[in-house]
Design a protein around this ligand. Structure first.
Ligand SMILES: *Cc1c(COP(=O)(O)O)cnc(C)c1O
Length: 842
């Protein structure tokens, strides 16, 4: 591998091709990978060949850091955190890895020398869309921070063959196309076939008393599936530590059923294989809503069982530890209830397969898990019908019933046989048919429970989980979410990054609190100008992309007012639309109106079965079509819907925003993380007092935040008082006009007139999300924004202060809090030796 210069000077080393970091070395390594891995020369390589050659060049440089991280972990027998999540929305790897290696510019140079363009090759990477939205992206940001902070961590999840669907917009409607993210290969993962495990399903249990008078159970499944781990290294930022993302793929145990095959039934023989591999075929595309489908439970159990077997094997066989201290060496975080069947599975593995007594097993189990709650929406709370659960996991049902019996005894003792409490707290919901409440199982089986923003945790402990909070107050805490500044600023916003670093150095990228230092410059004119210039650069980049992909020309001097997130009634994209129609009507009434031009940008996917969300997408596109084609209005207002919103294209959206729309009904958004990405990039928020908006406002200062709307308490109060949206509709002239236009088909001249009737009926008759109640407050606030934008100097000042005061929202801070309050894990030291070709330095 190591080479020396040909003649003379034997002591001059040529950098190693797989680890060297110089421009010339990278160039040579890239060409080498192109030739030997892709089998191409520069003159016949496709863009994908070139991308893969760069990816392998970068992967080589990660590999020895990763292997040393794993060695350090084994050598020190450190306590490890496993982050269990049904979703990891990683985004493209190449750009982030270049940033984390500190190689972005060098690689750019090396490629330029070959007349290649890095941006072009970054664009070639197909994003692994293994998540729906915020929850999956949080898991990805957490892995970045865990690695960066040198913490020993493994992310465990599912290697879906089809991730979140690709969204196409046809005639204004969303249509879904399958996402074949693996079609061009995935250079970032390594299959570890030797570490596969078996996962069982169905069948019956058998019990008996053994020779030692021990109660024993054997589970005889009727189906066994292989779980194959695929590992992806997640390198920390400017450190040698790398975390592991281990995703499980399902395969059949025996590819062929030979008996069936010999009978000549080829398709019957393949049936079993298909059935097994279906488990990890596709991600359920519902956000904040449970599907209740049997396959979803099978997916959850599949990855949880594989993960726990993997953790136990690591603990017992690789580290040679006794089973009794499993919870001391390992802690497992449950990202929502999706992996919560882990509580029953660890009990089963300990009691049935490792012969640990129930009480000891329970001690280990409830000191292993910690649970993060992500939602207050009742439709998002997972519960499984008991018959379905028992059919797939008969042994786990028995274990859960045993856990529940023992737990309810405790409840009776603690609350003096209060039957209401017993009914409310039971893991089994018996209100109609019997269901297993997964959140209750997670709480009972965990040593810590957390919410994801102050308000969310408050509402959890005061309402939804109040009984549990009264029983175990110390178990509960808040861990406000965060986002990785490397991906969301350093990689996404190169112009702003350079500007900040030129003023305060680059310490802020590792410790975001350094951003405070920038406040010395907030009143300096040249700095303000440079700041506006960086924002303008990001707006122009987005405008170019919108023009290239959709042919819509944007005015970059207009306010870029952006709402990107999953489409959901509680997020209230339709409230935003009502503001747009209101402005449009004002312009129609007075074409000479001196209004600040606005560009409204939307993006987001709707769950395929969520009718109202899909109708909202059609609404946005219909309003866009009318306004963008109106010769008067289009000079002041543009409306754009970005199709297929994902991590990759979001990276050019957040930096370009002047205004960040965070307008959910107060009490409904647990935290939000999009709000944080916007703030870091210097957008001003228009928001309700919901989720982390409250904390963003506290940090940036109320004078740098546009607040509107009812509070969570006021929402409840209005609902208790018999909220009647009809009255608001009848009394608010501008609002009534908007709704009447929609009802009369003004924005659907190409479609049937009654197109938006279901939406209007919903708003006028129920309005569960208080759109009409917040309408006027929202409009007034938007008017304040337009006025504020006219004073560009002050606007820029506010923008700077949003960024400089955003450090709380780094996921580094969040992860440090998890470590200190919950996990009790510590950094490990990873040392990659200096390159020395004479020794066995790897
Ligand atoms: C950050 C992010 C989200 C979460 O956005 P919210 O505004 O917090 O709902 C969803 N999708 C993608 C692709 C993201 O990057």
């Amino acid at each position: 591998m190591a080479t020396k210069t040909k003649n003379s000077e034997p002591d001059i080393l040529v950098e190693d091709d797989r680890t060297g970091l110089e421009t010339a070395t990278l160039k040579r390594a890239f060409l080498d990978n192109l030739f030997y891995i892709q089998g191409k020369r520069l003159d016949n390589a496709t863009r994908n060949d070139l991308y893969l050659a760069v990816a392998y060049t970068v992967r080589d440089r990660i590999m020895h850091r990763w292997l040393h991280s794993q060695k350090a972990l084994n050598d020190h027998d450190s306590r490890v955190v496993g982050y269990l999540s049904a979703e990891f929305l990683m985004g493209p790897h190449l750009g982030n890895n270049l940033i984390n290696l500190g190689l972005y510019e060098t690689m750019e140079e090396s490629l330029n020398d070959l007349n290649l363009n890095l941006t072009d090759l970054l664009d070639q990477e197909e994003e692994p869309g293994l998540g729906n939205g915020g929850l999956g992206r949080l898991a990805a940001c957490f892995l970045d921070s865990l690695a960066t902070l040198n913490l020993p961590a493994i992310g465990y999840g599912i290697r879906y063959e089809f991730g979140i669907f690709e969204q196409k917009i046809e005639n204004g409607w969303q249509s879904e196309v399958t996402d074949k993210w693996l079609k061009f290969g995935n250079p970032w993962e390594i299959a570890r076939n030797e570490a596969c495990v078996e996962v069982k399903f169905g069948g019956q249990t058998e019990n008996w008393w053994d020779e030692n008078d021990q109660y024993r159970v054997e589970w005889n499944p009727d189906h066994v599936v292989l779980a194959i781990p695929y590992d992806t290294p997640i390198l920390g930022y400017l450190t040698d530590n790398a975390a592991i993302l281990r995703l499980w793929k399902a395969e059949a145990t025996n590819t062929f059923d030979f008996q069936t095959f010999n009978r000549g039934d080829y398709f019957g023989a393949v049936d079993e294989k298909v059935k097994s591999e279906n488990i990890t075929k596709v991600l359920y595309p519902n956000d904040e809503q449970v599907s209740g489908r049997e396959l979803r439970l099978i997916q959850q159990y599949f990855f949880v069982s594989a993960t726990l077997q993997d953790c136990l094997r690591y603990h017992l066989e690789i580290r040679n530890n006794p089973v009794s201290n499993f919870h001391e060496k390992m802690t497992l975080q449950l990202n929502d209830t999706h992996p919560s069947v882990a509580v029953a599975e660890l009990m089963r593995l300990l009691v049935d397969e490792h012969q640990v007594e129930w009480d000891d097993a329970w001690h280990i189990t409830k000191n292993t898990f910690a649970y993060t709650n992500h939602t207050l929406l009742p439709e998002a709370l997972e519960r499984w019908p008991m018959p379905m659960f028992g059919k797939i996991l008969p042994r786990h049902l028995e274990i859960i019933l045993e856990i529940n019996d023992r737990f309810l005894e405790q409840v009776k003792e603690h609350f003096h046989s209060d039957n209401g409490r017993v009914r409310r707290m039971s893991i089994i919901d018996e209100s109609d048919q019997k269901y297993i409440r997964m959140a209750h199982l997670a709480i009972v089986g965990s040593y810590a429970v957390n919410g994801v923003a102050e308000l969310h945790t408050h509402l959890l402990t005061q309402n939804v989980l109040h009984d549990f909070y009264e029983m175990w107050p110390k178990k509960f805490s808040n861990k406000t979410n965060g986002v990785a500044p490397r991906r969301w600023v350093v990689l996404s916003n190169r112009a702003l990054t350079k500007l900040i670093t030129s003023h305060i150095g680059d310490g802020w990228t590792k410790d975001l609190t350094y951003l405070k230092l920038l406040e010395d410059h907030v009143d300096k004119k040249p700095f303000q100008n440079a700041w506006s210039k960086a924002k303008m650069e990001a707006k122009e980049k987005l405008a170019k992309w919108v023009f290239d992909t959709q042919g819509i020309k944007l005015n970059t001097k207009s306010i870029f007012d952006i709402q990107v997130k999953r489409i959901h009634e509680y997020k209230r994209q339709h409230l935003n639309v009502l503001h747009i129609i209101t402005l449009y009507n004002r312009l129609r009434d007075n074409p000479k109106l001196n209004m600040v031009p606005r560009t409204f940008i939307f993006g987001g996917k709707a769950a395929p079965g969520y009718f109202m969300a899909k109708l909202i997408i059609k609404l946005i596109n219909s309003v866009a079509q009318v306004i963008n084609n109106d010769p008067v209005a289009r000079k002041k207002i543009k409306v754009v819907f970005i199709p297929d919103y994902n991590v990759k294209n979001s990276q050019q959206v957040y930096p370009a925003a002047d205004v960040s729309e965070q307008i959910s009904t107060a009490g409904k958004e647990a935290s939000g993380t999009g709000n944080m990405k916007f703030t870091m990039n210097g957008a001003l928020t228009i928001g309700t007092l919901d989720g982390a908006n409250i904390e963003i406002r506290e940090e940036v200062g109320e004078e740098n935040f546009f607040l509107f709307g009812l509070t969570a308490d006021e929402v409840e109060e209005r609902k208790r008082g018999g909220y009647n949206p009809w009255n608001i509709y009848n009394q608010n002239h501008e609002l009534k006009r908007c709704l009447d236009m929609l009802e009369m088909g003004y924005f659907s001249p190409w479609d049937e007139a009654k197109l938006f009737q279901p939406l209007i009926d919903n708003l006028k008759n129920h309005d569960d999300y208080m759109v009409l109640a917040d309408y006027q407050s929202y409009i007034d606030c938007q008017d304040r924004i337009s006025k504020a934008f006219k004073d560009q100097e002050n606007w820029t000042r506010m923008s700077i202060l949003n960024t400089t005061r955003s450090s709380k929202f780094s996921s580094d801070r969040t992860i440090m809090e998890y470590c200190e309050d919950i996990w009790k894990i510590e950094p490990i030291e990873v040392n990659v030796p200096d390159y020395d070709p004479k020794s066995n330095w790897h």
